[in-house]
Design a protein around this ligand. Structure first.
Ligand SMILES: Nc1ncnc2c1ncn2[C@@H]1O[C@H](COP(=O)(O)OP(=O)(O)OP(=O)(O)O)[C@@H](O)[C@H]1O
Ligand SMILES: [Mg+2]
Length: 431
C-alpha cells in the first residue's frame, strides 16, 4: 500500500486535424504553447495510503487521461507522480505496481476466467524467467502443454502453484469460483465486471485505478457491485482512485471526492463537505440531484436581499462577508430540498408549477418564479423543488415556498466562487 502524490501534473496533446487550439490557450500557464491542446492543468492531489478517492467531472474533462498518466499508459507533459516514496514518472506501467480496471473490462475473449485472472500474475513473473535460467522456461512449457488435461494430470511449477492459489482465493472472495472455466462471452455483465476486478486484485498492487467500472451494469447490479467494491477496498486497504461521472457513486463510495472540470481540480473534500460547502458554482451544481437552484438577487447592507419577487433578511452571520457587495447583484444558491412549501409572504418565493415528477418516495417540481400576483412568468427562472410525496400538486398550480435560511449559499457573480460567512453555525462535518 502507498500514498499517491500528483505534483503539478500537466498534459497536452497535439491538436487533431482541423481542430482549433485558440479555445484552450490560456495565459495562466507558461507550458501553454500555441500548437498544443491542454487537457490537464497543474493537478496537485495527494491520495492517502489506503484512501478511496473518487474522481468526478463531466465528460471530456480529463478523468481517464489522468488515470492513464498515473498508470503510465500515457506520458506527462510536465509534473511529477509519486507512488509511495518512488517517483514513477519514467517507469513503464509494469513497474509501477498499479492495477487498472477499465470501463469496458478489457477481458481477453479467448481466455477462460481463470486465465484472465492469472494473466497479470504470469506476465509479472515472466520478466524474471530470463534472468533465472532455462529450467524455468522448460517448466513454463510443461505447464502450457498439460494445461488442457484434467486437474490431477496437469504439471504445476512452483510459480504456477502460487498463481493457482492466488487465482482461487481471489475467485472465492469475488464469488466467481464456479465460473473459472468459462469464457468471457459466457458471463453476464456483472460477472465480467467481477472478473475484471479479480484480475486487478490478484496482482495485489499498491494502487487500484478504476475507470467507470460500473457504467455497463443495470441499476440494481450497479448498486450491488458498488457496495461490493467499497467492502473489498476496505478489506484490502489498497489505495484506490475511482473515476465516475455518476454523482451517487461519488457520494456513497469515496472517502474524499476530487472534482475536475476543464482539466482543473475544482475542489477535493469529503462528500458531505462538498455538498454543504461547495467551493464554487460549478461544484454546487455538479454535486446534488436535481442540482442546486441559482437566483440573482441584490444585496443591501446590512442583511437584506431582494429581487423582483421577494425580500429576505439574512441571518446575522452573513453580515461581514457580504458587506462589500452592498448594492450589487450576487448569486443566491438553494437546493431543491431546502425550499419548503409555505404561505404567501414577502420573504417567500411565488412559484408556478410547470412539471411534476413523482418518484414514489419523493416528488420533484419544476416551477417558474413569477411576480407576487402570479401574472408574470417572464422572469424565465425555473427552479427545482422537492415536496413530500403525499402532497398532490397540479400543473399550473401557484404555490409559495420559503427558503431555509441556514441552507442558503452565495456566489460571486464574476468569479463564481462561493462566499462563505465568517461565523456560520457549525455544520455536521465540522467536528
Ligand atoms: N490521445 C489523445 N489525443 C488527443 N486528445 C485526446 C487524447 N485522449 C484524450 N483526448 C482528449 O482529452 C480530453 C479528455 O479526455 P478523457 O478521456 O480524459 O475524458 P474523460 O473525463 O475521461 O471523459 P469521459 O467521462 O467521457 O470518459 C477529451 O477532450 C479528449 O478528446
Ligand atoms: Mg473517461
Amino acid at each position: 500500500m502507498a500514498q499517491v502524490v500528483l505534483e503539478n501534473v500537466y498534459k497536452s496533446f497535439p491538436p487533431r486535424k482541423g481542430e482549433s487550439v485558440a479555445a484552450t490557450s490560456n495565459s495562466d500557464t507558461e507550458e501553454n504553447r500555441a500548437d498544443k491542446i491542454t487537457i490537464l492543468r497543474r493537478i496537485n492531489l495527494t491520495v492517502a495510503d489506503g484512501e478511496f478517492m473518487v474522481l468526478v467531472g463531466p465528460s471530456g474533462c480529463g478523468k481517464s487521461t489522468l488515470l492513464r498518466l498515473i498508470a503510465g499508459l500515457e506520458s506527462m507533459t510536465g509534473g511529477n507522480i509519486w507512488v509511495g516514496d518512488r517517483l514513477v514518472n519514467r517507469l513503464p506501467p509494469k513497474e509501477r505496481d498499479i492495477a487498472m480496471v477499465f470501463q469496458n473490462y478489457a477481458l481477453y475473449p479467448h481466455m477462460s476466467v481463470y486465465d484472465n485472472i492469472a494473466f497479470g500474475l504470469r506476465r509479472r513473473s515472466s520478466g524474471d524467467i530470463q534472468s533465472e535460467g532455462f529450467s524455468h522456461i522448460a517448466a513454463d512449457l510443461l505447464v502450457g502443454a498439460t494445461k488442457k488435461l484434467p486437474k490431477g494430470l496437469r504439471y504445476l511449477s512452483d510459480k504456477e502453484r502460487s498463481v493457482d492459489e492466488r487465482v482461487n482465493s481471489v475467485a472465492q472472495l469475488l464469488q466467481i469460483d464456479r465460473l473459472l472455466n468459462r469464457l468471457p462471452k459466457q458471463l453476464s455483465g456483472g460477472q465480467r465486471q467481477r472478473v475484471a476486478l479479480g484480475r486487478a486484485i490478484a496482482r495485489n498492487p499498491q494502487v487500484f485505478l478504476m475507470d467507470e467500472p460500473l457504467s455497463n451494469l443495470d441499476a440494481k447490479l450497479r448498486t450491488e457491485t458498488r457496495a461490493q467494491i467499497v467492502k473489498l477496498q476496505r478489506q484490502l486497504g489498497t489505495t484506490t482512485i475511482y473515476v465516475t461521472h455518476d454523482q451517487t457513486e461519488a457520494m456513497t463510495m469515496g472517502d474524499r471526492i476530487a472534482i475536475l472540470d476543464g482539466g482543473k481540480l475544482q475542489q477535493v473534500a469529503p462528500p458531505l463537505e462538498l455538498y454543504n460547502r461547495p467551493a464554487n458554482r460549478f461544484v454546487a451544481e455538479f454535486i446534488g440531484s436535481p442540482p442546486m437552484n441559482f437566483i440573482p438577487v441584490e444585496f443591501h447592507a446590512p442583511l437584506l436581499i431582494t429581487n423582483d419577487d421577494f425580500r429576505l433578511t439574512l441571518p446575522e452571520y452573513w453580515g461581514s462577508a457580504l458587506q462589500k457587495y452592498d448594492g450589487r447583484t450576487i448569486i443566491l444558491g438553494i437546493r431543491p430540498e431546502h425550499l419548503i412549501l409555505s404561505v404567501p409572504a414577502n420573504k417567500n418565493l411565488p412559484l408556478k408549477v410547470e412539471l411534476v415528477e413523482n418518484l414514489g418516495n419523493d416528488t420533484y417540481l419544476a416551477a417558474k418564479l413569477t411576480d407576487v400576483n402570479f401574472q408574470n412568468t417572464a422572469l424565465n427562472q425555473t427552479l427545482q423543488v422537492r415536496i413530500p410525496p403525499d402532497k398532490l400538486v397540479r400543473l399550473g398550480e401557484q404555490l409559495w415556498f420559503s427558503l431555509i435560511p441556514e441552507k442558503i449559499h452565495f456566489f460571486d457573480p464574476e468569479t463564481e466562487l462561493a462566499i462563505f460567512p465568517k461565523n456560520s453555525p457549525s455544520l455536521p462535518f465540522e467536528k
